[in-house]
Design a binder for this molecule. Structure first.
Ligand code: ZN
Length: 170
């Protein structure tokens, strides 16, 4: 699909639908020996000695016109108890029977009012799949978009800035 880009005015080919973040917003690199960041989990100790725990999941925003979804690979915080449970069940097929874990969204997504600290359910998926991140009900636009989906026009509004932000980073 070719589409007219609102940022550069050119036409681009193909719509990126997977947008991922390598770490939670607050990650500044390991500063203590026990700080850890992998493709799936993150944990660190802050300056006052408090430890934070995060997991990477996928938040789907449906695009009904495309019969597809925009998929954000983003991070949610977890309690220590939930984090320990996730690690304990990492290789257990029965992990899908877990109730959702509570968390706080831990990335700032462009194109929305601040998304940090929206309440989430982290829903454990089958082995080898990242958990689904589902926002709690509320009146934030991103919550509405996750529940109701977005139009292709709205998707294009999000994609242009995203594409060029990535290009600038490289
Ligand atoms: Zn462009």
């Amino acid at each position: 699909m070719r589409w007219a880009c609102s940022v550069c005015g050119e036409e681009h080919e193909g719509l990126p639908l997977d947008w991922s973040y390598d770490s939670p917003s607050y990650w500044e690199g390991p500063r203590h020996e026990e700080d850890v960041l992998t493709a799936d989990i993150c944990s660190w100790t802050d300056d006052v000695g408090e430890r934070s725990y995060f997991i990477r999941g996928v938040l789907h925003v449906p695009v009904p016109e495309l019969n597809d979804s925009l998929r954000y690979g983003i991070w949610s915080s977890l309690s220590q108890q939930s984090f320990d449970r996730v690690l304990e069940l990492w290789d257990a097929p029965a992990r899908t029977e877990e109730p959702p874990y509570f968390g706080w969204l831990s990335n700032s997504l462009p194109g929305y009012p601040e998304t940090l600290n929206l309440k989430t359910d982290v829903v454990t998926a089958d082995l080898d799949l990242r958990p689904r991140i589902v926002l709690h009900d509320g009146d934030h636009p991103m919550i509405r978009e996750q529940q109701e989906g977005i139009t292709v026009d709205r998707l294009l509004d999000l994609v242009g800035p995203r594409l060029h932000e990535i290009a600038l980073d490289r």
